[in-house]
Design a protein around this ligand. Structure first.
Ligand code: ZN
Ligand code: ZN
Length: 104
C-alpha cells in the first residue's frame, strides 16, 4: 500500500505517483565468520546475483540462492519518489527462499 506523502520530502504521492525500482535482498548468516562475530546481515543488491561475499570475512557464498548460509532471498519492488528520488515505500515483496522462519 502506498503512503500518501513521501516520508523524506513530503511530496504528495497521489498527485505525483512514485516510480518503481526493483531490488534484491539476501539475508545471510555466514558460517565462515568466527562464532563471536557471526550475525545476521541483509545484503541489498540492485540485481539478482549468482554469488555473494560475506562483508565481514569475505567468504564466497555461491550459488547465492542455494548456499546454506543464505537464509532469505527476496525480490523487492520499491516505490521511488518522483520528487526526491528516495525509496519511499515498498510496492511488493516476493520471497524466493526463506529458511529463517520469518525472522528476516
Ligand atoms: Zn520524496
Ligand atoms: Zn563471514
Amino acid at each position: 500500500m502506498a503512503a500518501e506523502l513521501c516520508q523524506y520530502c513530503g511530496a504528495d504521492l497521489d498527485e505525483t505517483p512514485p516510480g518503481r525500482e526493483q531490488g534484491w535482498l539476501y539475508g545471510v548468516e555466514c558460517s565462515a565468520c568466527p562464532p563471536g562475530r557471526r550475525r545476521s546481515q541483509v545484503l541489498a543488491r540492485r540485481e539478482r546475483v549468482a554469488a555473494l561475499s560475506c562483508p565481514d570475512c569475505g567468504a564466497l557464498l555461491s550459488p547465492a540462492e542455494e548456499h546454506p548460509d543464505v537464509l532469505v532471498v527476496k525480490e523487492m519492488i520499491y516505490e521511488v519518489c518522483a520528487a526526491c528520488g528516495a525509496r519511499c515505500g515498498v510496492a511488493s515483496v516476493r520471497r524466493l527462499r526463506d529458511l529463517s522462519n520469518g525472522t528476516m
